[in-house]
Write a protein that binds this ligand. Structure first.
Ligand SMILES: [Zn+2]
Length: 113
């Protein structure tokens, strides 16, 4: 089993971090762009906007969690604990890390969060 190359992982994580930050930036800018909401005439339009807003908030929350994980994974990479679960210290697993390079918890502990 070859451990992941730290430089490759760091590059992947940094790319992911800029991507997430960019998405967060877009989401945070959106409410001001929606100044025309109150001009909607049809009943129900406001409702769908509200739902839209809620799902945006959910996406925003999710992105912030991902960003936190990416930051954490980067510092784990720096202190040599990358690839090990933050809770139990067990290896996170190559398959999981390949699918989710910023994973900081094993499947079991991630399921509990
Ligand atoms: Zn664990």
């Amino acid at each position: 089993m070859t451990p992941p190359d730290p430089d490759t992982v760091r590059t992947t994580l940094q790319a992911k971090r800029s991507e997430v930050e960019q998405q967060l930036g877009l989401l945070e800018r959106r409410p001001t762009d929606q100044g025309s909401i109150s001009f909607g005439k049809r009943v129900g339009e406001g409702t769908s906007m509200a739902v839209d807003r809620l799902s945006q908030v959910a996406v925003h929350d999710k992105l912030q969690i991902t960003l936190g994980d990416v930051e954490r994974a980067l510092s784990k990479l720096a202190d040599g604990t990358y690839g090990h679960c933050d809770v139990c210290g067990e290896p996170i697993g190559d398959d999981r890390l390949e699918a989710l390079p910023w994973a900081v918890l094993c499947v079991r502990d991630a399921g509990r969060r």
